[in-house]
Design a protein around this ligand. Structure first.
Ligand code: PLP
Length: 408
């Protein structure tokens, strides 16, 4: 057995089987590149689902983390620390919202926003106890807790995990009229992804976010943007909602907020909502710890200093243009925004998975989502030369029949 095979066998023997990874065992990484235990190099075109927007092991973020490691790493929120204030101030300045509540994983950020919306509903909007409703969209992905999977429209996400949490109402993604029609006096919020990443890089119709904003204001419903995947530069703006010049009432961030080094998430919201949290209402032992905050502050600074949103816009447009120009007989559609790109494989050309296996063979790591879609989301630090290197290999797979057949 190769070293890779041995390690895969070990992981499969002792680990729970809740993932089915591509058979590559990564041992080292830098920028857009990873190296497996057998010394083979690959370009990372997944970026840990956009948690690596700044690239693997960004030297500035590593330095910030190392500096903080030498000082203090964990205090709990029983005490103040000298880093949390900086992160809160940075996020408030960046978003124009009022207050920040730090957590660790994305799902915890989503849970925090849901709790805030319900409590705001009871205390501010005047909804009767336990009657709050939150509207969500079909095809959503917001994480894996029991409450969050309760409103997933993917059967597999819910199956076997009941009893599920009530209080959620699903309407078709991109359908603002259906959203407005679903609002009742008990509706406290709408939770949405500006682009559905896990759902298969699904873009709503133009004007959807503006419509949501208008309807939310009209009916006094909180607009809650989950930008855990599409935020922080990925789509060509710091936040995806900026493409339509709107501002949500609550914004959930995660993934790239931790710069690929450390799990950090946060809810940023307007005063009226964030004020519902009083001491003891909600919390997290690790949320807002000084190591997380130092890493997150530097991760944000890197995005700004290296103008990574602008780079995503520029490189993404080039990437899309080249993918379309390949004119692959297997591709139905290329869609996306910035460096979040979905390549929809024709039903007649099989599933997306064998294409991902074939690309892995060529040295490009990407993952299929929703059977027919290959998602390309490289680190935003990618250069044109690196993109050209990958495109040459992607073209071999998308346009070369033999390779695909062999991999399938
Ligand atoms: C990844 C993701 C989450 C969940 O984040 P975790 O850190 O895995 O809990 C929530 N929402 C969206 C849109 C995501 O992409």
């Amino acid at each position: 057995m190769t070293r890779s095979e041995t390690l895969i066998a070990q992981t499969e023997k002792y680990g729970a089987h809740n993932y089915k990874p591509l058979p590559v065992v990564i041992a080292e990484a830098e920028g857009c590149w990873v190296t497996d235990v057998d010394g083979k190099r690959y370009m990372d075109m997944l970026s840990a689902y956009s948690a690596l927007n700044q690239g693997h092991r960004h030297p500035r973020i590593i330095a910030a983390m190392q500096q903080q490691l030498e000082r203090v790493t964990l205090t709990s929120r029983a005490f103040y620390n000298d880093q949390l204030g900086n992160l809160c101030e940075d996020l408030v300045q960046l978003t124009g919202l009022d207050r920040v509540l730090p957590m660790n994983s994305g799902a915890e950020g989503v849970e925090t926003a849901l709790k805030a919306a319900r409590k705001w509903g009871y205390e501010v909007k005047g909804v009767a106890p336990n009657q709050a409703e939150i509207i969500v969209f079909s095809g959503n992905f917001h994480g894996r807790t029991i409450s969050i999977v309760s409103f997933s429209t993917e059967e597999q996400n819910r199956a076997g995990f009941g009893p599920l949490t009530p209080g959620f109402h699903v309407v078709p993604f991109g359908d603002a009229a259906a959203f407005e029609a679903a609002i009742t006096p008990n509706t406290v919020g709408v939770l949405f992804e500006p682009i559905q990443g896990e759902g298969g890089v699904i873009m709503p119709p133009k004007g959807f976010l503006r419509d949501l904003r208008e309807i939310c204001t009209k009916h006094r419903v909180l607009m809650i943007a989950d930008e855990i995947q599409v935020g922080l530069g990925r789509t060509g703006k710091m936040f995806c909602y900026q493409h339509e010049d709107v501002k949500p009432d609550m914004l959930i961030l995660g993934k790239a907020l931790g710069g690929g080094l450390y799990p950090v998430s946060a809810v940023v919201g307007i005063e009226e909502v964030m004020a519902v949290f009083r001491p003891g209402d909600h919390g997290s032992t690790f949320g807002g710890n000084p190591l997380a905050c130092a890493v997150a502050c530097e991760s944000l600074r890197v995005l700004e200093d290296e103008k990574l949103a602008e780079r995503a816009a520029e490189m993404g447009a080039y990437f899309c243009e080249r993918l379309v120009a390949m004119n692959s007989p297997h591709v139905q559609e290329v869609r996306g925004m910035g460096l979040l790109i979905g390549v929809q494989i024709k039903k007649s050309a099989g599933l997306a998975k064998p294409y991902c296996y074939a690309m892995m063979g060529e040295g490009v790591l990407a993952k299929d989502t929703h059977e027919q879609v290959i998602r390309f989301a490289p680190p935003l630090v990618i250069t044109k030369e690196e993109l050209d290197w990958a495109l040459e290999r992607i073209e071999r797979v998308l346009c070369g029949e033999a390779l695909v057949k062999q991999a399938a």
